[in-house]
Design a protein around this ligand. Structure first.
Ligand SMILES: Nc1ncnc2c1ncn2[C@@H]1O[C@H](COP(=O)(O)OP(=O)(O)OP(=O)(O)O)[C@@H](O)[C@H]1O
Ligand SMILES: [Mg+2]
Length: 429
């Protein structure tokens, strides 16, 4: 065991391009066909929305690759920290004068150019890009670039990851810019944004963000058990080994899982079995699934749980106890003891976060994003803390004192957020 780690093809991490992109064929084709239509297609500007680890970045990168191979010009940045317009400006500088900026590695690619590094890449076309007149702002530079692309029968793709973390002002300006270029001027500037469901409470909750409201939306979700098994199998195969469907069957027991979870399982399986030299067995798969549970708990579920306001946690706990599927909202209101307004806030919060589905207005179902076993365990931890009165300011007889409060733990100071549940913007005390 262990000797084969260096050859492990799995990527149990964030933002890493997977060896095999599982279960996203339909989504890719859908977006590609929107892109092929041009600025008039609603999907020419698309938002990819999904919980952590569902593979938004992986999907974004796959689309960048596919557009690049079509000869599109790519401007790819992330909104994780303020300064997105400067970053877009840097990519534009580089596209216009690749030799002057000294950014990353520049390779000649036909007559085009390729840059990789500094957390973004701008990839270019098979024609010479003309620099915009000096002192133009990004909007006009992007428009100028898009009109050149149009003349060469191609398009520009503006790709923005982590849009949920974007600065509101900057995002508003970005939205206005794209609206102007793509919608009003009908220039071939396609937009792809990716972010967490938090954007329903941020970017998509304001009345001013009209551009983002009008973007085509695609939910990036969990893989079905069959897609997860196939994903592991294809990854193993791409690395020159094999794993049979029967040997991988224990993965099916976990139901729908995130691609990240699939990578964690696959990675353990590779190491435990001694792939690629020895085959993967059913026992190794079962053991890997088990090891992955513990890892998911520590790396994902616990943090996610404590990021949820207390009423959301109660709702998840009661929902699980009631069987988790098609549970009536009325029963839940009773068992959680939450007021109607709090209940509806909590429900929306969990829905945006990808934890629950509402098959009908009066029913709630768990998605599996937070597995039953994790909910059970974390709810028990909550009960213990409340029973011990450790969070005394938070509780009255084990119940949250004020369920209307957000209750999210503060990141820099001790204590919890005292704002109203479902508040806009950052937490405060
Ligand atoms: N469709 C997929 N098939 C196989 N592996 C995938 C797939 N999508 C993502 N992955 C893998 O799962 C991990 C998480 O994916 P990724 O970073 O794209 O998620 P994300 O949704 O962008 O997460 P975050 O919300 O944290 O940004 C990555 O290491 C990636 O290699
Ligand atoms: Mg990501």
């Amino acid at each position: 065991m262990g000797h084969n780690r260096a050859s492990n093809p799995f990527t149990p991490d964030f933002g890493q391009t997977p060896a095999h992109l599982a279960g996203r064929g339909k989504t890719l084709t859908e977006i590609e066909s929107h892109f092929a239509v041009g600025p008039r297609a609603p999907g020419f500007t698309t938002l990819l929305i999904g919980p952590r680890g569902t593979g938004k970045t992986a999907l974004l990168n796959a689309l960048v690759e596919s557009c690049r191979s079509e000869g599109w010009v790519i401007v790819s940045v992330d909104a994780g920290t303020p300064g997105i317009h400067d970053r877009i400006g840097m990519v534009l500088d580089w596209l216009e004068h690749p030799d002057r900026t000294g950014l990353g590695t520049v390779q000649d690619w036909g007559r085009g150019r390729e840059l990789i590094g500094a957390g973004f890449f701008g990839l270019s076309a098979r024609w010479e890009i003309a620099a915009a007149p000096p002192r133009m702002d990004n909007r006009h530079r992007l428009a100028y670039l898009a009109s050149q692309a149009g003349e060469h029968d191609t398009s520009v793709l503006l790709c923005v990851d982590e849009i949920h973390a974007g600065d509101q002002q900057e995002m508003r300006r970005l939205g206005d810019d794209i609206q102007h270029i793509t919608k009003r001027e009908s220039l071939p500037l396609a937009f792809l944004g990716a972010g967490l469901g938090d954007i329903y409470r941020g970017l998509l909750s304001g009345t001013k963000m009209t551009f983002f409201h009008r973007c085509h939306r695609l939910e990036v979700g969990l893989l079905t058990p069959a897609q997860a098994v196939n994903g592991v199998r294809c990854t193993v195969r791409a690395a020159g080994a094999d794993a049979g469907a029967r040997e991988l069957a224990p993965i099916l027991d976990r139901g729908d899982i995130t691609p990240f979870h699939m990578q964690v399982i696959g990675s353990h399986l590779w190491d435990l079995s001694g792939l690629p030299d020895s085959p993967a067995g059913e026992w190794e798969t079962a053991k890997s699934v088990e090891l992955a549970d513990a890892e998911m708990m520590n790396k994902v579920h616990r943090t996610a749980w404590y990021d949820l306001p207390v009423p959301c946690r109660r709702l998840l706990a009661e929902l699980r106890q009631a069987g988790g599927a098609g549970v009536s909202t009325r029963d839940l209101k009773q068992s959680t003891g939450l007021a109607a307004a709090v209940m509806s806030h909590a429900r929306r919060w969990l829905q945006f976060g990808g934890y629950i589905l509402q098959p009908s207005p009066r029913q709630i179902t768990l998605t599996g994003l937070m597995p039953d076993a994790a909910i059970e365990r974390l709810a028990e931890e909550d009960e213990e803390v409340w029973a011990a009165g450790e969070d005394a300011d938070e509780t009255t007889n084990g119940r949250p004192a004020d369920p209307m409060r957000c209750g999210k733990p503060m990141s820099r100071v001790p204590g919890r957020c005292t704002l109203r549940l479902g508040h806009a913007g950052g937490c405060r005390r």
